[in-house]
Design a protein around this ligand. Structure first.
Ligand SMILES: NC(=O)N[C@@H](CC(=O)O)C(=O)O
Ligand SMILES: [Zn+2]
Ligand SMILES: [Zn+2]
Length: 350
């Protein structure tokens, strides 16, 4: 770790939010929710449940289950999303907008990632719905990878920009878009240079690790997520974007819990569980870049500005102090392994 001698020992920032989070449902959700609520005041909650959250009614019920699972004394506001399908009714967008608690609609290209089978097969089928989203100012959140099996897995994000993102933004120039969990210099550059209402979330693991981590001394399934970790040059471009102070880039953990047995198997699920220690991971990444002064903007200010929400009241404090993460934590009836389980971290939230 290259944390230098003049790095401060404590850092206090406005309480952050997580603009991309998987909470799952039921007992599993009840296990992971307190981890996010410890650090974040709010989170954009992904709708890729089984079955997916496709209507305002589904989202209302899911929101109630989340609030009911929140431990006494903890405060946390789930910002709900809808899962876009080929058949999403444009009127559903108006209903969602009227709720006040649905803040975005999520595009999963069918087959691109975990629980995306019900996703969009052809964006042309969604144009009427996208028109209404643009009209009512409902953001579209995008898992930006093509699903064409002929495209190398490491190129799927860059190809998505050309095949999907550019035509989409040409046809809907006023539609608010978040390019979720960007992993390449291509995406960072595209967002930094694009005109109009586009932003990107960046995960802590894509700031800290490159693809070597998946194969360090053997296959390490807990480092496998989608979009998959990329080369070092891409990681460096993400660090540059996140620490630039550019309002278009903000925090989204993409913490994606899967039971231990679903990760450590012959065909393991995609997803890194980072909700346990996300803000400490981000702090490490910003400290390594000598950019701790840019963390508050990225973690606490740029996201609310994009979504048109107030910045949180209250603060959190991080201290430079070594602590060891548990190897596993409960996950409903079973266990899950957090990323970095059993390893030491350099920062601790007080
Ligand atoms: N990121 C992942 O690898 N997995 C996510 C889905 C997603 O965000 O693409 C999940 O739901 O498990
Ligand atoms: Zn995704
Ligand atoms: Zn995700």
């Amino acid at each position: 770790m290259s944390t230098t001698i003049d790095t401060p020992h404590t850092l206090t920032i406005t309480r952050p939010d997580d603009w991309h989070l998987h909470l799952r449902d039921g007992a599993a959700m009840a296990s992971v929710l307190p981890h996010s609520a410890r650090q974040f005041a709010r989170a954009i909650v992904m709708p890729n449940l089984k079955p997916p959250v496709t209507t305002a009614l589904d989202a209302a019920a899911y929101r109630e289950r989340i609030l009911a699972a929140l431990p006494e004394g903890m405060r946390f506001e789930p910002l709900m999303t809808l899962y876009l399908t080929d058949n999403t009714d444009p009127d559903e967008i108006r209903r969602a907008q009227e709720t006040g608690f649905i803040h975005a609609v999520k595009l999963y290209p069918a087959g691109a990632t975990t629980n995306s089978a019900a996703g969009v097969t052809d964006l042309a089928k969604c144009y009427k719905t996208l028109e209404v989203m643009q009209e009512v100012d409902m953001p579209l959140l995008v898992h930006g990878e093509v699903t064409d099996p002929a495209i190398d897995i490491f190129d799927r994000e860059a190809v998505f920009i050309e095949r999907v993102m550019r035509p989409l933004r040409r046809d809907f120039p006023e539609l608010k878009i978040v390019f979720e969990h960007i992993t390449t210099k291509d995406a960072a550059q595209y967002v930094a240079e694009a005109e109009g209402p586009i932003a990107a979330t960046i995960t802590a693991h894509h700031l800290l690790y490159n693809r070597n981590e998946i194969f360090r001394g053997g296959v390490r399934p807990h480092y496998y997520c989608l979009p998959v970790l990329k080369r070092e040059e891409h990681r460096l471009a993400l660090v540059t974007a996140a620490t630039s102070g550019d309002e278009r880039f903000f925090l989204g953990t993409d913490s994606a819990p899967h039971a231990l047995g679903a990760k450590e198997t012959s065909c393991g699920c995609a997803g890194c569980y980072t909700a346990l220690h996300a803000i400490e991971m981000y702090t490490e990444a910003f400290a390594q870049a000598g950019a701790l002064d840019k963390l508050e903007g990225f973690a606490s200010q740029h996201g609310p500005a994009f979504y048109g929400l107030p910045v949180n009241e209250g603060t959190i404090t991080l201290q430079r102090e070594a602590w060891t993460l548990p190897e596993t934590v409960p996950f409903g009836e079973t266990q899950l392994a957090p990323l970095n389980g059993g390893e030491q971290l350099n920062w601790k939230m007080l």
